[in-house]
Design a protein around this ligand. Structure first.
Ligand SMILES: [Zn+2]
Length: 59
């Protein structure tokens, strides 16, 4: 089972590239049980979406 540190690692990796199936499942399970990491995941997604909505360069 993942600990919080490993879960956070996977979440940040998942922003850049796809995780393997086992990694995704492990992370899912951890997020189900751990509200702290759920909040962290929300924040990461929020940041990622913000970056997409407001790109640094105007093309
Ligand atoms: Zn956790």
């Amino acid at each position: 089972m993942l600990n919080c540190r490993k879960a956070a690692e996977l979440m940040s990796q998942g922003l850049d590239r796809k995780l393997g199936t086992l990694q995704r499942i492990g992370l899912r399970l951890h997020l189900l049980m751990c509200s702290g990491c759920r909040n962290f995941d929300k924040q990461m997604n929020f940041l990622r979406d913000s970056c997409r909505k407001f790109p640094q360069q105007d093309s």
